[in-house]
Design a protein around this ligand. Sequence first.
Ligand code: ADQ
Length: 483
Amino acid sequence: MSKTIIISNRLPLQVSIENNELEVTPSVGGLATGLKSFHKDGDSIWIGWPGLTEEEIPAHLKDEVQKKAKEENCVALHLTSDEIDGFYYGFSNRTIWPLFHYFMEYTESDDDYWRYYKQVNQKYADEILKHYEDGDVIWVHDYQLLLVPNMIREKAPDAIIGFFNHIPFPSYEVFRTLPWRDEVLQGVLGADLIGFHTYDYERHFLSSVSRILRYQVDFNEITLPDRIVKVDSFPMGIDYKKFEQAALDHFESTSADQSELQRRLDHHLEATPDAKMILSIDRLDYTKGIAHRIRAYEYFLDKNPEYIEKVRLVMLAVPSRSNVPQYRRLKREIDELVGRINGKFSTVSWTPIWYFYRSMPFENLIDLYTTCDIALLTPIRDGMNLVAKEYIATRTNKKGVLILSEMAGAAHEMNEALIINPNNFEQISEALKTAIEMPEEEQIERNKMLQKRLRRYSVEKWAEDFMKSLKGTKENRDSFKSI
Ligand code: ADQ
């Protein structure tokens, strides 16, 4: 029977070593959380890096890593620390990530990074080919593996290959600055179907293909000498039922079952019942606009001193890519900003920002989603932003307000949120006021519409639509051959 082979840089599980013993935990991040349910329910294997370099895994635990991965239908691909430095921290996160998010000043062009990127992409492609059998469908994910589709195509010309890009695709004017632009485009074009979160990213990609490679582009199809490649947008959803159910369970749980975090949140709610809690959750990344958000919050408090002691920003930032200098600088900047603003506005009984710099278990994520009255998400660029969708899914009483940056892919489907430009502090400040004062009926009205849409276009539906369209490309190919 044919299967689906999923490939992403990281596996949905993360191994670590504690006291000479192997520990396995779920990976954090949009792709892993989103695709996990598709993987769990279907007949698929998932190939990726388990989170520790070859050097970090003692020889006697190597088989154990593979065994643990196998229990979850996964295959661990081992990478050396040099490969992780050059391929992951290098080309993926110092070249492609900043460039695709329009941070051109952060984009590095380094031949060594590129060499490692090609080498590791080849390693992924070779691993896939070891597991590939005729009739299997291959689904490659994200910007770390842009060359993989064509590397598979070279060895398995008839394979059905899909590629999904989880981050934005920049406009041609930005993309064209990449020294390896031709190779990158040719790499992705090994796929039969290329998916993006939004129509804009799709358009940018098509325009780069037509202007850089001069291939013929008709509507959303690219004609190569031997094949047609289809490009389409598939806005990724969330596991809606999982978040909804977790929120319902949360509300039904007794105080004895409550987490320490929830107890503390409740304590503050009781002490200041009129104060609104404003939530933000992101990986600590310069694209997420965390520093902008804090400054906009300061602007809001400066302009509206009547809200002092009446609001609290609960900010969760998950450690991410701390080997890259910009991330370390950003961490320092945020520490300083939080310190300065807390120093400036705090009173004996109130602190304006609660800042957590750590990963939290799912249960605590639900505590935060369900307790906070407002979610304030201000990315400067974001492929989609699943946190916005998760927040809405957990509002089972339909109350709560989402303030969302227009620069997030999710904004296209979430018109009922208060949409802001993350660079416009005045607008963010006004949106905060509107959110705090919004009548409950209006909150319910807005959330009803949002929930209806998110429930319908869940991550299962997203994966199903992508797969259906990918399998459909086979017919395209057969008819192309017969011309
Ligand atoms: P990310 O940049 O990682 O994903 P996002 O879409 O917001 O961003 O997903 C973050 C995920 O991590 C969410 O599912 C959230 O629940 C989870 N998470 C966040 N903080 C956590 C914590 N402290 N503990 C546990 N889990 C936590 C990339 C792109 C996005 C795109 C996704 C999916 O950058 O734009 O939406 O892929 O395509």
